[in-house]
Design a protein around this ligand. Sequence first.
Ligand code: ZN
Length: 664
Amino acid sequence: MSVITATSCARKDDARNFDYKVDAFADLEILRYQVPDFENLSLCQKTYIYYLSQAALCGRDILFDQNNAHNLKIRRTLEAVYEHYQGDRTSDEFKALEVYLKRVWFSNGIHHHYSMDKFVPAFSQAYFLEALSSIDTQKLPLSDGESLQSLTDEILPVMFDRQVDSCRVNLDSSKDVIATSANNYYQGATQSEVEAFYGAMKAKGGDRPVSFGLNSTLVKKDGKLTEDVWRIGGKYSAAIEQIVFWLEQAKTVAENDKQKEVIAKLVDYYTTGDLKTFDDYSIAWVEDSLSRVDFVNGFIETYGDPLGLKASWESVVNFKNMEATKRTDIISENAQWFEDHSPIDDRFRKERVRGVSAKVITVAMLGGDCYPATPIGINLPNSNWIRAEHGSKSVTIENITDAYDEAAKGNGFLEEFVYDKHDLELIRRFGSMTDNLHTDLHECLGHGSGKLLPGVDPDALKSYGATIEETRADLFGLYYMADPKMLELGLLPDKEAYKAQYYKYMMNGLMTQTVRINLGDDIQESHMRNRQLIAKWVMEKGADEKVVELRQKDGKTYLVVNDYEKLRTLFGQLLAEIQRVKSEGDFEGAKHLVETYAVKIDLDLHREIKARYEKLHIAPYKGFVNPRYELVRGKGGEIQDVKVFYDETFEQQMMRYSKEFSFL
Ligand code: ZN
């Protein structure tokens, strides 16, 4: 275990002395990220980050409840056993319980964070009942008058029966995606009822519609649909009050008036639940591109809802990485050039790209749906009209990608899957660099490019919308990665560098990403679907000329790229088609592309990939523990410093959060 304070560490060149690996279990590995340069921030900025970090942890229970109605009860019951069980803690059954609890912590509930499928315990129901009855009932999460019997009646089927609540987000459009999804966003409503309910609102939404349904649970009571809004005095009030308390503290030490305005609007929104206020907040937030410290805190992303309406709670506290941001500044300054030259139909092009503000950030705290699994890039706000009129803010999270890269060194993955020495050498030289650049292009330019034709419903692609949008952003990055403009702008050092990204992307999309999927299952997650869509489409379209092929060597399958320039042309062609689908709201076109290329996996290849991967003993998914911050106070109680510690294990952090930040 390492205890490193801000004054003694946290420089990137100390990477070798930093312990990135924290824990590993099931298909997961827990890493630790550094917060370089935290010690060089002003006391005011550090204190601001401290308060925002507290706010970032207060919404954790909201997410558990959003993911499934029984999650909080299950987590607390498991935690009680974990903490108070007096029996044999070395038995296989207890160890299985420990792993299950860690998985619940990691996924913020009982469904796999990525596949969305429920995972079931490897200990028996009988063992669990015995353990439970050995514990003082006072320690169990029983509500007033509730018996152990009624607790187990509720949670046992949800935990142990595979058929109950089997999938958190079902994107299979041949079924009622609301009724078959186990999330807690809708109670008693069918898909067609939900669509009619919000369709009527959208019809009256005007040119600048709010994000209807974003911050509420839709409940059917006595045959009537009503929204239970997430706000102070409404649903999740106890947690939201705590979030607001810390935001108010943060406001007192904000860097400037703009930040104070942003926080005031956010607090107003949390207080009223008014989505128009949320739009006002989003506009103020996107306008603030100059502050060093920034944060996201709210109901933001809609991946957890098959219809993409309801947003999960998340938070990210961060500050600008000044050196690396020079790279994204160059991209932003040239945003119009990229838009003008993109290989799409002129009808779908933006005449004027507005305010693409991009930066590289250092994350200081992750919360809610960004923790422990976390994105490496973020582009917000999500509202289409705000993006069109006010632009968006786009970030690349470099201390997270650094942690991934450092932790992956020497794990044997590239040696196993890359075809030959030449490709391997390219990836070693340019892999990390082009990964970061691809994220920049995806976030700063890709999502912000193009436009919808007038009158097209932004949600016209329904459950295919997220995949098509991610495909678009990825293709934009891939297409430009190979452009001479990259060298001209000094973003890449070598005209061969882009090939590292092309190779890695295709290898991942055609082969290696499937290690994350159970044998025989389809791909569900939007980003994974988008990568396979791109890889399979270009391989099929370039098949006659063998642009890309899967080749056998020593009984193993490898990717071979024969013509990198043609590959770029194909990326451009697909980008044009995807942009058309998006701009026209062509649901059938989206459905065709996704169902044909993005969902099904070749079973034999899948089996081979998983077998090869297994031998390497690498966890397919990774997540992070946060650092721990402490205020240093003087004799009069005044804050003198904020110190950062990297000293918690995964279970220590999770148990602490469950004690200190549990309000529902
Ligand atoms: Zn994206």
